[in-house]
Design a protein around this ligand. Structure first.
Ligand SMILES: Cc1cc2nc3c(=O)[nH]c(=O)nc-3n(C[C@H](O)[C@H](O)[C@H](O)COP(=O)(O)OP(=O)(O)OC[C@H]3O[C@@H](n4cnc5c(N)ncnc54)[C@H](O)[C@@H]3O)c2cc1C
Length: 370
């Protein structure tokens, strides 16, 4: 007899499953996909979209359309928690939904609790859709005055956002902003010296300021206030702080990793409930904690697809191998990229061309399903 598969979030790790929903339906299973937007935005091209290198349509996947086209049900809502014993999903709207097998690809978010923030023009870098609104506001400001954009965060997304704001204002604005990146005490501390230096040089040569004066404590009345009490004026703020997995799992009483991600075994399966799976930023892979990068979400695709089908059909599960080192390419916003894989490190136009080729190919593959 057919069973009911619920997919929560149409993120990068569910792409192959979403492309093959018809195979589940052909076998008599019912499919429901729940997400807060009819589209899923590809984060790898998000900073480029902010810089107007890409249009929003080029970097998004029409989740709702793809689900409904294959005979599945799409629910525009957010999952707030589940009741694993009763096999029920609870939605933000207050509605509930049953499942037999469930898979989470709900990604991560920028926590707002670490900094006291009040006022307008504060944009988190996730969800990627926020960058569309931020772009509009930057263009509005850039048409009338010189202004200050502050980016809070010292990781790769802060660097890419800074480079692409510069690009946006240079190509489309009348006035250039002063761009300041508040990185805490160190810029990109998780990365090797060579890559940090290349990225910092790419930004500072265009006038971007990298401030290593300490952590931001508060944002209030157009000012950024550091732990030390020192304050800086600002007109528009990006929050690019470290991301955290979606809080659904803790709320549901499921076993989680130290950061609150769904604790999964080698089958990408909850360690407590064999009918719960997950992939991407929202999981904590028990065997080996993984970086929060799209690469691992993408690598999870074939295993999640196989294991969801196997779980519904009563077949054998496959193990997930996260693989070795991954290719990193940063889009610096000036037509150049910075590429690193193992000991290989170089910057320039070629690095951007490689990133652009890989990203466009990825989108083309999944947009073709639409
Ligand atoms: C600016 C920026 C640039 C980046 N660039 C790169 C890069 O170049 N390469 C790279 O490897 N990584 C990059 N990353 C990291 C990358 O974004 C993440 O690792 C990747 O998005 C993880 O994919 P995911 O599918 O797990 O989550 P997401 O892409 O966050 O997708 C989660 C999905 O779940 C949905 N969702 C969320 N909450 C709920 C809920 N409660 N109920 C239902 N649905 C929900 C969301 O709408 C979304 O569609 C970047 C991150 C940022 C912020």
């Amino acid at each position: 007899m057919g069973k009911h598969l619920v997919l929560v979030g149409g993120g990068h790790a569910h792409m192959v499953t979403l492309a093959n929903l018809h195979k589940f339906i052909e076998k008599g299973h019912k499919i429901t996909v729940i997400g807060p937007s009819p589209y899923h935005f590809y984060s790898g091209m998000g900073p480029g979209m902010l810089g107007k290198v890409y249009a929003p349509e080029e970097i998004r996947f029409a989740t709702r359309h793809v689900v409904e086209k294959q005979g599945g049900q799409f629910i525009l809502d957010k999952v707030s928690r589940i009741q694993p014993e009763e096999k029920i999903v609870l939605l933000a709207s207050g509605k509930t939904h049953p499942y037999d097998v469930i898979s989470f690809n709900t990604g991560s978010y920028v926590p707002r609790t670490e900094i006291k923030a009040s006022g307008r023009d504060i944009y988190s870098v996730k969800p990627i859709e926020n960058l569309i609104d931020a772009q509009e506001r930057i263009l509005e400001l850039a048409s009338s005055k010189t202004f200050i954009v502050s980016i809070i965060g010292g990781g790769p997304s802060a660097a890419e956002i800074a480079g692409n704001i510069w690009r946006l204002a240079k190509d489309c604005g009348k006035y250039m902003p002063n761009i300041e990146v508040f990185v805490g005490n160190n810029f990109m501390p998780r990365f090797k010296y060579g890559i940090r230096q290349k990225i910092a040089r790419s930004l500072t040569k265009r006038g971007v300021k990298i401030l290593e004066q300490g952590y931001v404590k508060e944002i209030a009345n157009g000012q950024i206030i550091l732990d030390s009490g020192r304050s800086y004026d600002t007109d528009l703020i990006f929050l690019a702080l470290g991301v955290k997995p979606s809080p659904i799992f803790k709320e549901s009483g499921l076993p989680t990793g130290p950061d609150g991600g769904l604790l999964v075994n080698e089958y990408l399966q909850s360690t407590a409930h064999p009918n719960i799976f997950g992939g991407g930023d929202c999981i904590h892979f028990k065997n080996q904690p993984l970086d929060k990068v799209g690469v691992y979400a993408v690598r999870a695709n074939p295993i999640l697809f196989h294991n969801l089908m196997a779980s519904l059909q009563g077949e054998e599960l496959q193990t997930f191998n996260p693989g070795g080192s991954y290719l990193l390419i940063f889009n610096m916003g000036d037509g150049s990229g910075i590429l690193q894989k193992g000991w290989i490190l170089f910057g320039g136009r070629l690095a951007f061309i490689i990133k652009d080729y890989i990203d466009r190919k990825f989108m083309k593959k999944f947009q073709s399903i639409e």
